[in-house]
Design a protein around this ligand. Sequence first.
Ligand SMILES: NC(=O)c1ccc[n+]([C@@H]2O[C@H](COP(=O)([O-])OP(=O)(O)OC[C@H]3O[C@@H](n4cnc5c(N)ncnc54)[C@H](OP(=O)(O)O)[C@@H]3O)[C@@H](O)[C@H]2O)c1
Length: 293
Amino acid sequence: MMKLLIIGHKGQLGFELVKQAPKAGFEYEAVDLPEIDITNQAQVNVLIETSKPSLLINAAAYTAVDKAETEPELAFKVNRDGAENIAQACAKADIPMIHISTDYVFDGQNTRPYREDDPVCPLGIYGKSKEEGERAVRAALKNHIIIRTAWLYGVHGHNFVKTMLKLGQERDVLRVVADQHGCPTSAADLAEAILSVGMQSLLVENLGWGTYHYCGQGITSWHEFTEKILEFAKPHIEIKTRKVEAITTAEYPTPAKRPMFSALDCSKIGKYFAVISKLWHTSLKNTVETILK
Ligand SMILES: NC(=O)c1ccc[n+]([C@@H]2O[C@H](COP(=O)([O-])OP(=O)(O)OC[C@H]3O[C@@H](n4cnc5c(N)ncnc54)[C@H](OP(=O)(O)O)[C@@H]3O)[C@@H](O)[C@H]2O)c1
């Protein structure tokens, strides 16, 4: 059986990777803080030398987009240096790596979904640290796959969906940004896609190392996303919210500037790995129901 090493198993994505790895045909080892700190190069080297996986997935990251603006050192340490430590150790041990990145490497000025080779231009510290992480992985390790995803939510961990489910039970009116557009992505769907890409990469040599996009299918705004979350929750819990008011980004200032449009074009991953995105609202309905069960 192929052995998978998952770093960051306590996160939204890591949790789903662990859950789905066996049925995807992997045996796995999973680590996270505090036992492994990816910013510690010696720890990472020992981990990879002793684990000896067939494939490594890095799902560990610093993901606090706004907090990163006041903690840039830590964001770069984890998202750039941590990714580099892992990629270098993988190169030494000749192990392929799948690394996860973000739509926030783009500036949001596009009028069509972003392709993998569109120029990057992150607007904030988080995006910049992830972009430098991508570059470090490419430079250190030939046998890598970088998968950029977007607007991630899951059953496990903190995310926008859970925040809106909580606020929906507390407030009469929610005010939500309607002029930022992107693609909500279920962590369960993303894990399934990553594991499929990983297994195919091990079975077929040189199938396609490089950078790919994977996110939910369809483009929405945070405002419409919220309306759907509440709609799917209503049959299961009492929702107090009577109105989701559409506001502009200017009316909801945040420490980090975000791209106004960050939809990702996922045709490349379909072409190389036959991975097809699922409709964002279908996956959202499943996740909301699982959370509320
Ligand atoms: N969330 C999104 O909306 C989104 C969007 C696009 C792309 N992504 C990318 O998708 C990937 C998965 O995101 P996610 O939402 O699943 O992240 P998450 O829930 O924040 O999980 C990340 C995990 O990494 C751990 N971690 C942080 N620093 C570490 C370190 N120095 N050493 C080892 N582990 C460390 C975290 O531990 P602690 O919790 O203890 O810090 C956490 O368990 C990330 O690469 C992220 O950048 C996320």
